[in-house]
Ligand binder design. Structure first.
Ligand SMILES: *Cc1c(COP(=O)(O)O)cnc(C)c1O
Length: 228
């Protein structure tokens, strides 16, 4: 199905028996169980049902499932904002001693976090020219664990050669993460272009602006961070 059709005819992912065109809002941090044996503490709601609101109510799981469908991802994880999605990717892919690359034109607070918090944690984030293309190979070091791309880049709108960057990254076993907010996760097919992780600020196009703060991190497979 074309993504235009999927937008208006989403395949409902909620438990069978109560599909609704407008998914109801389930609130709360307290989930009731019938018996203690039903309480499974592995935090995998897709398999074991609902345990705690922050990690997935029927509402948030429906949302993450639909974002995954639109982006062509296998998994999508909802977080409290776009910047939280950026932070989650850094913390999943980098540790003290890691080197990461971020384009000069990336969303400002991404770079601010890199130069402040991440630097203090021993993570070295180096800015690069967004138009570098395959030339990025020369910037990849043995301890590079993450390359960010953002296309078009925030404010100045450069379009990056993402397939060339992904090819150079993958040759060295490095993951590529895309801030796909400008394309709303649909106008640029991240995974078809080789990207490993795609994040969005749902705060922007998806939420319709001014209504909510949310973010998603999506992946085609479960990414493994490179061991240093
Ligand atoms: C707004 C924005 C973010 C951050 O989203 P918040 O939900 O405001 O934290 C990240 N990337 C881009 C490109 C953005 O425009």
């Amino acid at each position: 199905m074309h993504w235009h059709s999927r937008l208006v005819q989403p395949q409902t992912l909620a438990a069978p028996g109560f599909e609704s065109l407008a998914t109801p809002t389930y609130r709360g941090s307290t989930v009731l169980f019938n018996k203690q044996a039903d309480v499974v503490d592995d935090w995998d709601q897709a398999k074991s049902g609902y345990a705690y609101g922050l990690y997935g109510t029927p509402t948030t799981l429906e949302l993450s499932g639909r974002i995954a469908q639109l982006e062509g991802a296998k998994h999508s994880f909802v977080v409290p904002g776009g910047q939280a999605a950026i932070a989650l990717i850094y913390f999943a892919m980098c540790k003290a001693g890691s080197h990461a690359l971020v384009p000069y034109n990336a969303y400002g607070p991404n770079k601010e976090m890199a130069q402040g918090l991440l630097k203090d944690l021993g993570i070295d984030v180096e800015p690069y020219d967004p138009m570098i293309g395959g030339g990025i190979a020369e910037l990849i070091r043995d301890n590079t664990t993450l390359i960010w791309v953002e296309s078009p880049g925030s404010v100045t709108m450069e379009i990056q050669d993402i397939p060339a960057i992904c090819q150079a990254a993958h040759q060295r076993g490095v993951m590529v993460a895309l801030d796909n907010t400008y394309a709303a996760g649909v106008l640029f097919d991240a995974f078809a272009h080789g990207v490993d992780i795609s994040m969005q600020a749902l705060t922007k196009y998806v939420g319709g602006h001014s209504d909510l703060l949310l973010g998603t991190v999506s992946a085609e497979t479960v990414p493994n961070s490179k061991s240093l």
